[in-house]
Design a protein around this ligand. Structure first.
Ligand code: SF4
Ligand code: F3S
Ligand code: FES
Length: 236
């Protein structure tokens, strides 16, 4: 076991005038995750600490937060990889309203997600079998199927911090997953949404999104492909 000093940004809008740093000493294994250390605080030191988490295995996307200044999933990062001089600093995601402590209001993020029609659009009759697709066509959008909607990308993007109306990298990744799907017929509508003033052209190729993505998705590359599709008017 090792000792870790956790510095956690706390804020309860019902009683705090401004955010403050909560400081806690916990004992954990170096191979524990940052989420385990947060549980140690919540379960054994201060039950008022508020955070979201569910699967604890990098699948649900609910525990994205800023760990030592970088957007990460708390269940994805080991203590030994994050500890710096005995300390780990944890803050809520930037660019979204803090509801309490590490919990932010995800509604603006999901509104952007809904705006790009994140579902297969095809009203034709598929016939007696499923809609077939070649392995090559499936591979075209494989990377963007991995998104777990954790918001680590969008909330690390300076263009989103400056203008919350920017649809953001996560919504573009989700759009990419359908735009380049050979079975889908909704690309034109999605490209119209993404071609407007709050769409892909707000992206300045900063790459924070790619660096933040816990699924290793090439987010900036996917955004570039959507930009290309809008500029050329072609998706295939
Ligand atoms: Fe999270 Fe990556 Fe999806 Fe962005 S693209 S929401 S960082 S999984
Ligand atoms: Fe933002 Fe990623 Fe573009 S960080 S500016 S969406 S490359
Ligand atoms: Fe589900 Fe971390 S708790 S991704």
């Amino acid at each position: 076991m090792i000792k870790v000093h956790l510095k956690i940004k706390r804020f309860n809008p019902e009683k705090d005038k401004k955010p403050w740093w909560g400081e806690y000493d916990v004992e954990v294994e170096p191979t524990d995750r940052v989420l385990d250390a947060l549980h140690e605080v919540k379960w054994n030191i201060d039950g008022t600490l508020a955070l979201r988490r569910s699967c604890a295995h990098g699948v649900c996307g609910s525990d994205a937060m800023r760990i030592n200044g970088r957007n990460r999933l708390a269940c994805h990062r080991l203590i030994r990889d994050e500890i710096q001089n005995g300390q780990i600093t944890i803050e809520p995601l930037l660019g979204l309203r803090v509801i309490k402590d590490l919990i932010v209001d995800m509604e603006p993020f999901f509104a952007h997600y809904r705006s790009i029609m994140p579902y297969l659009v095809n009203d034709t009759d598929p016939g007696p079998r499923e809609r077939l697709q070649s392995p090559e066509d499936r591979a075209r959008f494989d990377d963007t199927t991995k998104c777990i909607l954790c918001a680590a990308c969008t909330t690390s993007c300076p263009s989103f911090w400056a203008r919350g109306e920017y649809v953001g990298p996560a919504a573009i990744v989700q759009a990419h997953r359908f735009i380049f799907d050979s079975r889908d017929q909704g690309a034109a509508e999605r490209l119209e949404v993404l071609g407007d003033s709050n769409g892909v052209w707000r992206c300045r190729t900063v790459f924070n999104c790619t660096e933040a993505c816990p699924r290793g998705i090439e987010v900036t590359k996917a955004i570039g492909e959507v930009k290309q599709a809008i500029a050329s008017g072609k998706v295939r």
